[in-house]
Write a protein that binds this ligand. Structure first.
Ligand code: BES
Ligand code: MN
Ligand code: ZN
Length: 500
């Protein structure tokens, strides 16, 4: 979606119409280009700031309509606080803030990428633009009418004014690849499950081929042959057949082991025979956010031509109650050979991942695997919506993910894995059961279950994104229900550690 805006870069020049946005510090100081563009307005800003008690505090804004002396229809001054201390995250946030201040109906806006000291450096200006782009996203595919005041000009032109257009364009190119990946992930999560069922999800991944990603779709027959009975058991109650999609991007030497990303793709989770209560069940169209992130990430890596070999594997199913649905008490033999007793058909994500993790490690022998899954309500009880849960069998991978979380703002918090939890998932009849005895430590027992399906001691991390993937924290760069969480985090992991 995100068709509300055309983003471009231009040299600093005072615009003759539309909206002008400039940044100031917490002493109300402006940059040189802004001072020049606003010189005809005299001490207007000073007086307006006094009247509004606007001090330039980070995140605050002064909004002036028809500013006297200027040609623009609206002047917005955004406080950037202590401008010497700004980090990447702050520039993203400023971009989001600026975009959020542009009225829906405006057809043209100019944003000065400048701070009191100087023009923003190319990387900072490009981060600002990324923030603008992420904030501009709307999912309105199914809106046929607009409420009054909600009308948006179909193509608001947003120009980011910079000092070195070529350098900023270059810095923005890789960020745009990532932004497009985030948008792709958000669109997939926001789609309803009557539209986005497993075969349709798989079909949409084929678009990655245009970026040079090799895409392979496994159907039920192929999965049966591989012995993916844990995954197939989840999907057997649905009239929509399950799929597994393998996506490969080769940007490094042919022989180099790939990095692996695995996603839970439950297009809709009714709970199956252990059916969920009606209230809020509609949210379970987002139970494929992990898989959506992997698709968005593969887009980002390919579109920016990352110098890495990467493989993404997603398990896509629909969990429905039906005459043919899996029952509590059923025992399935997973691809790994381990047998699983189904206690609760609503603990389906781990069954899907059991086979996909096993398959990915055995077939691709990746350097590491990271899986993403909206796996448990328990992780929301533990961490709320501010952090995703991180579980790992490898300290180095865990530390790297934590650092990338702090850098991108997609925060993760490490939770424990330990053999002491194993007794909670040992089954009376099979090798393992799919829920813990009792409900304590629900996110941990789920992760402990997954660990049993990580073949050959592959370094592995599991991100429980039940609180992050949808209906999550609203930020200046995300107002969407489907957040696209994880694309920026994992792109950064690859860029910072695996592209040498
Ligand atoms: N998809 C849900 C988890 C979920 C809940 C994600 C809320 C996002 C928001 C998962 O399949 C599930 O149903 N988990 C159960 C596990 C339980 C049956 C052991 C849960 O968390 O209640
Ligand atoms: Mn479930
Ligand atoms: Zn689920």
């Amino acid at each position: 979606m995100s068709g509300v805006m055309k983003l471009g870069f231009a040299p600093f020049a005072a615009p003759a119409k539309g909206v002008l946005i400039v940044f100031c510090d917490d002493g109300l100081k402006l940059g040189a280009a802004a001072r020049k563009a606003l010189s005809a307005a005299g001490d207007l800003i000073k007086r307006a700031a006094a009247a509004e008690r606007f001090t330039g505090k980070s995140g605050s804004a002064l909004d002036l309509i028809m500013p006297a002396g200027l040609k623009v229809a609206r002047l917005i001054v955004i406080g950037a606080g202590k401008t010497a201390e700004l980090t990447e995250k702050d520039f993203l946030k400023l971009g989001g803030l600026a975009m959020g201040k542009i009225p829906n109906a405006a057809s043209e806006a100019t944003i000065f990428a400048e701070l009191p000291g100087a023009a923003m450096r190319p990387d900072a200006a490009a981060d600002l633009a990324l923030g603008i782009k992420l904030r501009a996203y709307v999912f309105d595919r199914y809106k046929t009418k607009r409420k009054e005041g909600e009308e948006r000009s179909a193509d608001t032109k947003v120009a980011v004014a910079v000092s070195d257009v070529a350098a900023v364009r270059k810095a923005f190119a890789r960020r745009e690849a990532v932004a497009d990946g985030v948008v792709l992930a958000r669109d997939l999560v926001n789609e309803p499950a009557n539209v986005l069922y497993p075969a349709e999800f798989a079909r949409r991944t084929l678009a990655l081929k245009k970026q040079g990603v090799a895409v392979e779709v496994l159907d039920v027959k192929a999965m049966k042959k591989l012995g993916m009975n844990a995954l197939l058991g989840v999907g057997q109650g649905s009239v929509r057949d399950s799929r597994v999609v393998v996506m490969r991007w080769n940007g490094a030497k042919k022989k180099a082991a790939p990095v692996g990303f695995i996603g839970k793709g439950v297009c809709f989770d009714t709970g199956g025979i252990s059916i969920k209560p009606a209230s809020g069940m509609e949210d379970m169209k987002g139970d494929m956010a992990g898989a959506a992130c992997v698709v968005g990430l593969m887009h980002a890596l390919a579109a920016r031509k990352a110098r890495v070999n990467a493989v993404g594997v997603i398990g896509i199913v629909e969990n429905m109650p039906d005459g043919n649905a899996q029952r509590p008490g059923d025992i399935v033999t997973s691809m790994s050979g381990q047998t699983i007793e189904i206690i609760n058909t609503d603990a389906e994500g781990r069954l899907v991942l059991a086979d996909v993790l096993w398959y990915a490690a055995k077939r691709f022998k990746p350097k590491f695997m990271v899986d993403l899954a909206t796996l448990t309500g328990a992780i929301i009880v533990a961490l709320g919506h501010e952090h995703a849960g991180l579980f790992a069998n490898d300290d180095k991978l865990s530390e790297r993910l934590t650092k990338c979380g702090l850098a991108t703002g997609e925060l993760v918090w490490r939770m424990p894995l330990a053999p002491e939890y194993d007794k909670l998932i040992d089954s009376k009849f099979a090798d393992v059961k799919n829920t813990g005895s009792g409900r304590w430590g629900g996110a941990i027992t789920a992760a402990q279950f997954l660990q049993r399906f990580v073949a050959d001691k592959t370094p592995w991390a599991h991100l429980d994104i039940a609180g992050a993937g949808f209906d999550s924290r609203q930020t200046e760069i995300n107002k969407s229900w489907g957040s696209g969480w994880g694309v920026r985090l994992l792109d950064r992991l690859v860029a910072d550690y695996y592209e040498k």
